[in-house]
Write a protein that binds this ligand. Structure first.
Ligand SMILES: O=P(O)(O)OC[C@@H](O)[C@@H](O)c1c[nH]c2ccccc12
Length: 263
């Protein structure tokens, strides 16, 4: 089993357990469930930096990134830096995140917040909405095409944006008809952890213009943003490069200043 298979197997168990103890009606009764989500795709279309900054304590590829911060400080730092949106990892076992992290981030920021997890069931999409997310991530490597389409439609019917993540041309071609707003090209292979920015460059011409293009992972140099913009990218998902510093908000601010100086 590769790491992705392991994560998904754990996720299936986690979701079925949760469903049995915390019914959907409880999620739908959350005050946040009534909130109107803010569109990340719209923000990215109108932004010069396009940064989506992530809260990520650890990962299977890097182990500990930063265990010393609290999510509210990270979120308000990102907001002050002027990022377009925030991504919050909610997987506990592999990334050290939680739904509480999502809730606390939501409590302190106005900008769109993405629930970053391995979504396999409607239940998690309802959870995302109940804990204040504006956007969900769907990963092509995790879901059969029909399921991807179904979950995407389910999320959009709840008013949330969908970011579809692909890693290669086959995944892109198989999932392109899904009802999504943004297509994210992951520069990291989730099965081997290999990272290559070239992956975003190679896949860009296969992504139709109606989708906002997002490049994800391994971005640590503002110069790369300028390069990726030439390939039509409008969104850039950055985690570790900010999170490994003592003050991720400040790191994001410096990064954005450098992007703006270049453009
Ligand atoms: O920390 P990085 O290399 O900047 O990457 C951020 C983000 O792209 C990465 O965390 C990510 C992209 N897709 C995912 C899917 C699941 C978990 C994590 C991810």
């Amino acid at each position: 089993m590769n790491i992705l298979d392991k994560i998904v197997a754990d996720k299936l168990r986690e979701v079925s357990l949760k469903k049995s103890i915390f019914p959907v009606e409880q999620l739908e009764n959350s005050i946040l469930f009534q909130r109107n989500p803010v569109s990340l795709a719209d923000k990215l279309r109108n932004s010069s930096s396009g940064i989506i900054a992530e809260h990520k304590r650890r990962s299977p590829s890097k182990q500990v990134i930063n265990h010393d911060l609290n999510v509210q400080d990270v979120a308000s730092g990102y907001q002050d830096a002027g990022v377009c949106g925030m991504s919050v990892l909610t997987d506990g076992k592999y990334f050290g995140g939680s739904l509480e992290d999502l809730l606390y981030a939501r409590a302190v920021v106005e900008m769109p917040v993405l629930r970053k997890d391995f979504m396999i069931d409607d239940y998690q999409i309802l959870e995302a909405k109940a804990f204040g997310a504006d956007v969900v991530l769907l990963i092509a490597a995790v879901l059969p095409t029909e399921e991807l389409k179904r979950l995407a439609t389910f999320a959009r019917n709840l008013g949330m944006d969908v970011l579809l993540e692909v890693h290669d041309l086959e995944e892109l071609e198989n999932s392109i008809e899904a009802n999504v707003d943004m297509i994210g090209v992951n520069n990291r292979n989730l099965k081997t952890f290999e990272v290559s920015i070239q992956n975003s460059k190679d896949l860009s011409r296969h992504i139709p213009d109606e989708f906002v293009k997002v490049s994800e992972s391994g971005i640590s140099d503002p110069k790369v943003i300028a390069e990726l913009k030439d390939y039509g990218y409008q969104g850039f998902l950055v985690g570790e490069n900010f999170m490994r510093t003592e003050d991720p908000g400040k790191a994001a601010k410096d990064f954005i200043n450098q992007i703006n100086r270049k453009s």
